[in-house]
Design a binder for this molecule. Sequence first.
Ligand code: ADQ
Length: 460
Amino acid sequence: MKRLVVVSNRVADPRKPAAGGLAVALGDSLNATGGLWFGWSGNVIEGGKPGEGELHVHQAGSVKLATVDLSAEDHEGYYLGYSNGVLWPVFHYRLDLARFDAGHISAYRRVNQLFARQLMTLLKSDDIIWVHDYHLIPLASELRDLGCKNRIGFFLHIPLPPQQLLAAIPQHEWLMRALFAYDLVGFQSEADLLNLTRYVEAEAGAEDLGGHRFRAFNRTVRAGAFPIGIDVDEFAALTHAKEASDTYERMKEEYSRRQLLLGVERLDYSKGLPQRLRAFASLLKKYPENLRSATLIQIASPSREDMGTYTALLQELESLSGAINGNFGELDWMPIRYIHRNVARKRLPGLYRVARVALVTPLRDGMNLVAKEFIAAQDPADPGVLVLSRFAGAAEQLKEALLVNPYDSDGMADTIQRALQMPREERQSRHQKLLRNIREQDVHWWRETFLQALSEAGAN
Ligand code: ADQ
């Protein structure tokens, strides 16, 4: 079996349970092939020379972890400036939040070149390389310039916006051309794939060879939608373990007289948090039977706090939740419990299971794994209801959720009311179908399907 080389901005030791998403998703294949995982070390070297960084290699069981340090200037330009100040907002349809600065694109390119140089020293000729996410779009192109002939796949975890939005990025042609250096590019949803198709046909004059294969710039790339999933069995086991059971029992007792609604995410403007809080306020106003009863627990874990836009969002949420509690709260009931902290992963399933309704209402999201985790954690005999934004990638698969438009707070309030009132039989039948779906297309399916498609993607 050929060795799998994974490249992503951050690297985690797959043996550690807290390693999270990608480690769980790719751990099996990395282990089975004695794989290599390459990325940034997380170290920022003050006064370090731009474009240079020390390489650290260590063995974690059968997997080799290789990481590179970044100079402070590169970290600022590549990570904060271009990846999170341009690509993240534009790819989430937020042109208004993008800050285009010529210095940042140079740093982005420089770091991708640095990664390519360092990675080349570790590669074997038959390695299969799988690059992840928006930080590393030009990596294959830089590797090819250094003579790399390996098969290389790319997966974008966030959405790909429509052509007209992409075209607002001053370097959009360079960026999208770089995708043609891959053999396979994968997206979360059919909507993203359609956006790619339209872009490459309109802006790059690409020829559609059929089967989502496109020819431009003298290269052929295959594209596909590979919706990422979760490890349903692992999550179900976590749900029945001690930490989650304890959380479930404690919360169930405390909220026995209330209807619990739950929101869990990283604090990010793509997640639609202010809109959700407004919809909840509208629910209390329109349907006063929920007063003294419906309680929204909103967990928003700290994320990218070093960026200004996030500080403004934090303030907005604090003021909104304060105002709603002030307006509607009673001595013995607070409508919103807003928690700006991480919840231990082991406790999360307990929280999901105790909630009557999950509010997963991003304005835009590549996939959204919280929606899938919520389904996996439910009691099939008495499941909660998933209220899901139609703009989350997950909405293409999770059709039995109650889909909402997160910009429409009144409409959302009506749907939340419907979720709170939904009879048990309907909840069961919806949950059964949702569970079947996340089981069929779980994270192992995702990994195998992508790697299979990569191995079949024609040589250029
Ligand atoms: P994220 O934007 O981080 O991921 P998501 O898919 O929801 O979003 O994954 C978040 C993960 O972190 C989940 O496993 C969740 O349990 C955990 N998490 C979130 N908030 C937490 C909290 N407060 N405390 C503890 N754990 C928390 C990006 C894209 C998504 C895409 C994923 C995977 O933005 O659209 O689904 O990658 O491809």
